[in-house]
Design a protein around this ligand. Structure first.
Ligand code: PMP
Ligand code: GLN
Length: 385
């Protein structure tokens, strides 16, 4: 068997969801909303299912979706993207990551990954025959420094994989970091694979800026997005990779042997959704921000120490600062078993030298569930301190 996959543990998301199901616990672990997603977007997909076409769509995605993606980013992020030549629609951002990493990392290349890192990156780099070179970031700022970047770069470095807004830390790259990253990519001739699936889930008036928007980065950035996150439809698995034609062409060639195409009815639903007016996106952000504040306030009032959350569905609790002497994995396991709340420990997002005192909670849930979870956490805190 292929050790790149055979040796991997079950993902922490699946592990905690299984424990939550077995225990009948509230699941604030794996990141998914408990609502069904916008009805008009689902209706657009339903109509496309009935009216067709339902046969193989074009390999790079239906023209309506590729145009909607280009128009969407022109409007929301001031990016000039050619929907015909620079967009590849994929089955979720996961497939966009796979197609980008397998297509762009050559055997022997090194790829820089910033830890804590989403779990898909390193196994895909290894499967491409490359070697991950890890940079470490930690609380409270989780910043990427020039020193850490320079120390990780060798003459074999080909790619840097970035994630902003960031899962699990809920931070966003600052303008200073974007400038630094653009400079380093240009100096060392690197391609940046930017996982931007959380781009619309930003709070307190923040707006997302892609590394692709920095001067000189258009030709060396792959921008990855996910309709699952934009429309709270995580099961749909419609995503995309956007890149200059030479990169997009290779990503498309890789995509043709991963899935070849993505269901056309769901693509039609997403094409409709991306053209929704600003108020949809503003309201969505406001709703999630309210949920963030509800959970954060409830937890703070009972003595939990919460880290700042600029974006995503996730709040981080600092166990040590909350007076809890358990490591993150032990806490997560005891919490689901003894208190009936599932959360995600942060340490599995590191391959070495992990931060072990932080757990991640998903707040994309209804008020009642958040309140009940906060009550259970308050009771658990008394047991664990
Ligand atoms: N990247 C990050 C950082 C994520 O958080 C997720 C999903 N939570 C993905 C990629 C995968 O997105 P998709 O479900 O569209 O495959
Ligand atoms: N991305 C989701 C999270 O961070 C989970 C995705 C998965 O289960 N692979 O919770």
């Amino acid at each position: 068997m292929n050790p790149n996959f055979a040796d991997l543990p079950t993902t922490i998301f699946e592990d905690m969801s299984i424990r939550a199901r077995e225990r009948g616990a509230i699941n604030l672990g794996q990141g998914f909303p408990d609502a069904e997603g916008p009805e008009d977007v689902r209706r657009a997909a339903a109509e496309a299912t009935i009216n067709g076409p339902n046969q193989y769509p074009p390999m790079r995605g239906i023209p309506a979706l590729r145009k909607a993606i280009a128009d969407h980013y022109a409007h929301h992020q001031d990016l000039a993207i050619d929907g015909d030549k620079e967009v590849v629609v994929t089955s979720g951002a996961t497939e966009a990551l796979a197609a980008s990493i397998l297509g762009l990392v050559r055997p022997g290349d090194e790829a820089i990954i910033v830890q804590p890192a989403y779990d898909a990156y390193a196994p895909l780099v290894r499967q491409a025959g490359g070697t991950p070179r890890f940079i470490r970031s930690g609380p409270p700022d989780w910043t990427i420094t020039r020193d850490s970047l320079e120390a990780a770069i060798t003459d074999k470095t080909r790619v840097i994989i970035l994630n902003s807004p960031h899962n699990p830390t809920a931070t966003m790259l600052s303008e200073t970091e974007l400038r630094l990253l653009a400079e380093v990519c240009k100096t060392h001739d690197l391609v940046a694979i930017c996982d931007e699936v959380w781009e619309h889930l930003t709070f307190d008036g923040r707006t997302h800026k892609s590394l692709m928007a920095m001067s000189g980065m258009e030709a060396r950035t792959v921008k990855i997005g996910s309709a699952g996150k934009i429309f709270s439809l995580t099961g749909w698995k419609v995503g995309w990779a956007i890149a200059a034609p030479p990169l997009a062409n290779v990503i498309a060639k890789t995509h043709q042997f991963l899935t070849f195409t993505t269901p056309p009815n769901l693509q039609a639903g997403v094409a409709y959704g991306l053209s929704k007016n600003d108020s949809y996106f503003d309201d969505m952000r406001a709703d999630f921000q309210r949920s963030r504040d509800r959970l954060s306030t409830a937890l703070s009032q009972t003595g939990f120490s919460i880290l700042p959350c600029a974006a995503t569905y996730f709040l981080s609790v600092d166990l040590e600062a909350s007076g809890i002497a358990l490591g993150d994995r032990d806490f997560a396991i005891r919490l689901v078993e003894d208190a009936g709340v599932a959360v995600i420990p942060i340490s599995p997002f590191y391959e070495s030298d992990p931060v072990t005192s932080i757990v991640r909670l998903c707040f994309a849930k209804g008020d009642e569930m958040l309140d009940q979870a906060a009550e259970r956490l308050a009771t658990a805190r008394k047991l664990f301190t």
